[in-house]
Ligand binder design. Structure first.
Ligand code: GDP
Length: 151
């Protein structure tokens, strides 16, 4: 009975959220996406110009778009926002990647540099991480899941 109820709840609680991963070329976006997938693989469907993967965390589906960071591709970024209500309700997670590198800026330094505290109209969070080992990515995903539940 418990199992049945859990499944029934799952049917109603399943939600899909779109995640757009943007960043400079070489920042580690693709590596981050596939690190997420190591634990939570559902299916893979690569598309031209971007990678799209779906991960499921606690009944919440995240459709993750890793879009090219090269300068010539940045003008196309806004086309990915269309079905996200123009980002009006978007939560912003900044992943301070490559923390294993000696000269990397800390999350606090990046936060100051990007003046993240000036963001008042969207929930935001900065998470230090290393995509090569996966360190910090779990916490980032946890924050994202928490934000979708809180909506
Ligand atoms: P993208 O262009 O943003 O998608 O970047 P990629 O995921 O292709 O990564 C660019 C390079 O950075 C690759 O050689 C990755 O192995 C490397 N890289 C990604 N994340 C890390 C990290 O946390 N630490 C280090 N040292 N290298 C990383």
């Amino acid at each position: 009975m418990g199992m049945f109820l859990a499944k029934l709840m799952g049917l109603f609680c399943n939600q899909e959220h779109k995640v757009i991963i943007v960043g400079l070329d070489n920042a580690g976006k693709t590596t981050i996406l596939y690190q997420f997938l190591m634990n939570e693989v559902v299916h893979t469907s690569p598309t031209i110009g971007s990678n799209v993967e779906e991960i499921v965390v606690k009944n919440t589906h995240f459709l993750m778009w890793d879009i090219g960071g090269q300068e010539m591709l940045r003008s196309t970024w806004s086309t990915y926002y269309t079905n996200t209500e123009d980002l009006r309700k978007a939560a912003v997670l900044v992943l301070a990647n490559k923390q294993d590198m000696k000269n990397s800026m800390s999350a606090a330094e990046i936060s100051k540099f990007l003046t993240l505290t000036s963001i008042k109209d969207h929930p935001w969070h900065i998470q230090a991480c290393c995509a090569l080992t996966g360190e910090g990515l779990g916490q980032g995903l946890e924050w994202m899941t928490m934000k979708t539940v809180a909506k």
